[in-house]
Design a protein around this ligand. Structure first.
Ligand code: C2E
Ligand code: CA
Ligand code: CA
Length: 757
């Protein structure tokens, strides 16, 4: 199995390159005659590898080409050096080779620097400041060790300048690397390989500088290993598919300082001084100058940095407060009509019932709404709903409350409602308010609605029971079809048995093979490539046809069969995705959904581990989505989430922003991805919606969370998402959920081409 795994990996270009590089390094030390050829060969091969990767993955950043050219120049330098050394039978310095070396290094610095990305126009540029701080600290340390001795040793200005330029370019590289690593956002494998390569390069360069001071270096020295390794790592980085997605430019600036950064800043401020002083007494003016200048620069950079982060954490707290306030308001209101939403009215009902006062609940459903929508389009439908909402509101008295439950369903809670008659009176007032037609674009629409009424006086019904009774009564009114109201009666309960029928049909549906996952693609917003797929359950009911999850997941949740369904979906989907990864030879993440209850059940962890094992799907290819309501009960969910994380699985909050949206949870729970509810995405074209999404994305970025925008129904929002730094997107306009076979047919096209949006 291990061998098969290795064989499989070797077909991936980057891995094959890495292995070939290691073999070449072994040969370099084993066969001295080949040394010159191998040395230049590895360097040129890594340069070519980058160009190949750049073409193959259609990378847009030219910075990679700068690195490739830099590597090539460096290798030409090596070739030139060998020729010069052979001709003159000495090891001259400086020589023409140094021209190639320096030009190569400068190009590499520029390339890596560009790839590190641009940190936007924030108040200050923390990553840049940190980079400068670390580089200055490096210079501080390098002064007594390298810079000073070199400058003391050289005789003519040209060779002095050239000798000094190596460590100085290296210091710039230290800064660039720091900046790269401190850049917010996930590091891809390509970026890690590149950083590792550049890091190794840096270390050997400095060791070389010290060695050449004491004439301790000769070709074939063990430290040549470092350069060869650096070439190999950088070449492999260029061949990894993630090389095309190395950079995310975004306008947001970092608002929190990670612990790692604080340590880095602290170390940069303190360590150099110790090194400088420990190295020995200061002897000449240059020492004092270097010490004084270095201290001042470090002092200034350090204080600007700390003041800046103090300022931005205050900004963050204030922004978070106002964002939370806005989210809380949103969590209680229906976005379309401004009425309360389901959440809010259910809470209201529960508190009324708890107080023991008589209360009535009404469910109202428009009878012909679908026709308005179909004939005149969504905007007209929305305007119609807003008008209906306004009419209901106009006849509801304080402290009664009205909510839109979703679609064309409304609910009214009548508090302190003395008897059924009083409840019916409210319904009549609503019908009166509906008497006049709604006029839209010159058309007249009649408002016809069915209302179900439940009156509860002093009974000890729960809110759920009252809701289900109102639902049943409303359906009874609807069945009559005359646009009138119905009061709940016990007999109606029986027709609710339909649901019970569905429930019993659902038993054994898994065993009969009626449940299958469908697949919806998820695209990277920046590179516009397919990066993930969400598995969504479908129930192929023998009589009713395809049943959507919104209709059976709640039932399965109640009956407890949801865990079985989810396991099946995961098992089947994981098998497909493992195959698809092999087909396209690139990573692909599988998103699956679990219910809040499963998120609190330790057995879920074992089931997921077993499914991954069976499908041979790496754990980091799986994203488990939990709706944010699950996270309300943190104590139950946290241990299960922690175990899932320990497996290596990624975690995502689903439907973020649809209800509670507790911002602080984002930082507290071990979450990797936030899926932004489609109501947030749909609202982005209004100024208010834009600000809200921007705020959430900014916060997610500062917490280093990836974000997936859901429900992208128009490609017009893609540029906005890109600008706001959203990671990925999913929605009907990009690809609908579809059966595995359809998905597979489109897979090759998706994996080759970028999205046009
Ligand atoms: P979800 O996890 O938020 O899944 C996304 C839903 O949005 C899917 O509905 C998908 O078809 C729909 N959708 C995708 N793009 C768009 C768009 O552009 N516009 C609109 N209006 N809708 C879009 P679906 O497949 O009906 O699933 C509904 C919900 O049922 C899911 O919401 C999820 O909460 C639940 N669910 C689905 N499959 C499973 C499952 O296997 N297990 C569990 N526990 N829950 C599932
Ligand atoms: Ca989901
Ligand atoms: Ca969702």
């Amino acid at each position: 199995m291990l061998a098969a795994n290795l064989r499989n990996k070797l077909t991936r270009p980057w891995f094959a390159f890495l292995c070939a590089g290691l073999v070449a390094i072994a040969a370099y030390f084993a066969i001295p005659d080949w040394q010159d050829g191998l040395y230049a060969g590895v360097g040129l091969a890594s340069s070519v590898a980058i160009v190949i990767g750049w073409k193959r993955y259609r990378a847009s950043q030219r910075a990679w080409l700068a690195i490739a050219l830099g590597l090539a120049l460096y290798s030409f330098g090596d070739i030139a050096y060998s020729i010069i050394a052979a001709l003159t039978a000495s090891e001259p310095f400086p020589s023409a080779a140094d021209g190639f070396y320096l030009a190569g290094e400068v190009l590499i610095v520029i390339g890596v620097g560009r790839l590190a990305g641009t940190i936007g126009r924030g108040l200050y540029r923390p990553a840049l400041l940190d980079a400068a701080l670390v580089a200055t600290a490096g210079a501080f340390i390098a002064w007594p060790l390298v810079l000073d001795p070199i400058s003391a040793q050289v005789t003519d200005p040209l060779s002095g300048l050239i000798a000094l330029s190596y460590p100085i370019v290296d210091l710039v590289l230290v800064g660039v690397l720091t900046r790269h690593f401190l850049y917010p956002g996930k590091k891809t494998l390509a970026s890690l390989l590149l950083a590792a390569g550049v890091g190794v390069w840096l270390v050997v360069d400095l060791v070389y500088a010290v060695m050449s001071l004491t004439d301790g270096y000769a070709s074939g020295d063990p430290i040549d290993l470092g350069w060869l390794l650096a070439y190999t790592l950088v070449g492999a980085a260029g061949l990894h598919p993630s090389m095309a997605a190395l950079v995310r430019t975004s306008e947001t600036h970092e608002v929190t300082v990670s612990n790692g950064r604080l340590v880095l800043i602290g170390a940069s401020v303190t360590i150099p001084v110790f090194v400088f002083l420990l190295h020995g007494p200061m002897v000449h003016a240059g020492d004092y100058l270097a010490f004084g200048l270095g201290s001042v620069i470090i002092g200034v950079l350090g204080s600007v940095r700390l003041l800046g982060s103090l300022h931005s954490s205050r900004v963050l707290l204030a922004a978070q407060d106002s964002l939370q306030g806005e989210l809380d308001r949103r969590a209680r209101t229906d976005h379309l009509t401004g009425l309360s939403n389901r959440q809010s009215i259910v809470e209201r009902l529960a508190s009324d019932l708890a107080s023991g006062a008589p209360t009535a609940l009404m469910f109202l459903d428009l009878d012909d709404f679908k026709r308005v929508n179909d004939a005149f389009g969504h905007p007209a439908g929305d305007a119609f709903l807003r008008e209906v909402a306004e009419r209901i509101r106009s006849v509801i008295r304080n402290p009664d409350d009205v909510a839109r439950l979703g679609g064309d369903e409304f609910a009214v809670v009548v508090s302190r409602c003395v008897d059924e008659e009083a409840a019916v009176a409210v319904a009549r007032r609503i019908y009166d308010a509906f008497a006049a037609d709604v006029r839209l674009d010159g058309h007249h629409f009649r408002i016809q609605a069915s209302i179900g009424i439940v009156w509860c006086g002093g009974s000890d019904l729960t809110a759920d029971e009252v809701l289900s009774r109102a639902d049943i009564a409303m359906y009874r009114a609807k069945e009559r079809g005359d646009g009138s109201y119905a009061l709940f009666e016990q007999a109606m309960h029986d027709s609710a048995l339909d649901r019970a029928q569905l429930r019993s049909d659902l038993e054994g549906a898994v065993g009969r093979g009626e449940i299958t996952p469908w697949f919806q693609p998820i695209f990277d917003v920046t590179t516009r490539r397919l990066v993930a797929v969400e598995a969504l359950a479908r129930w192929n009911h023998p009589a009713r046809g395809l049943v959507a999850p919104d209709d059976f997941v709640p039932i399965a949740e109640l009956s407890g069969s949801i865990a079985e369904i989810d396991r099946l979906v995961l098992r089947v989907a994981a098998g497909h995705v493992a195959d698809w990864i092999d087909m396209i030879g690139a990573p692909l993440q599988l998103h699956v959904n679990i219910t809040p209850r499963e998120a609190a059940d330790p057995a879920t962890v074992d089931a997921i581990a077993a499914a991954l094992d069976e499908a041979k799907l790496p754990a980091n290819c799986l994203v488990v989505e939990v709706v944010e309501t699950a996270l309300i009960d943190e104590t139950a969910v946290a241990p299960v989430l922690a175990e899932l994380k320990a497996l290596g699985v990624l975690l995502s909050i689903d439907d973020f922003g649809s209800r509670y949206a507790v911002l602080t949870q984002l930082g507290r729970l071990p979450i990797d991805i936030v899926k932004l509810d489609r109501s947030l995405v749909a609202g982005v074209e209004t100024a208010e919606g834009f600000r809200l999404l921007e705020g959430i994305l900014r916060l997610a970025q500062s917490l280093r969370l990836d974000t997936v925008a859901e429900g992208v129904e128009s490609t017009a929002v893609m540029p906005i998402l890109r600008r706001l730094g959203c990671t990925a997107a999913q929605g009907y306009s990009l690809g609908r959920p579809m059966p595995a076979a359809d998905f597979e047919r489109r897979l090759v096209k998706w994996s080759r081409e970028t999205l046009s949006a």
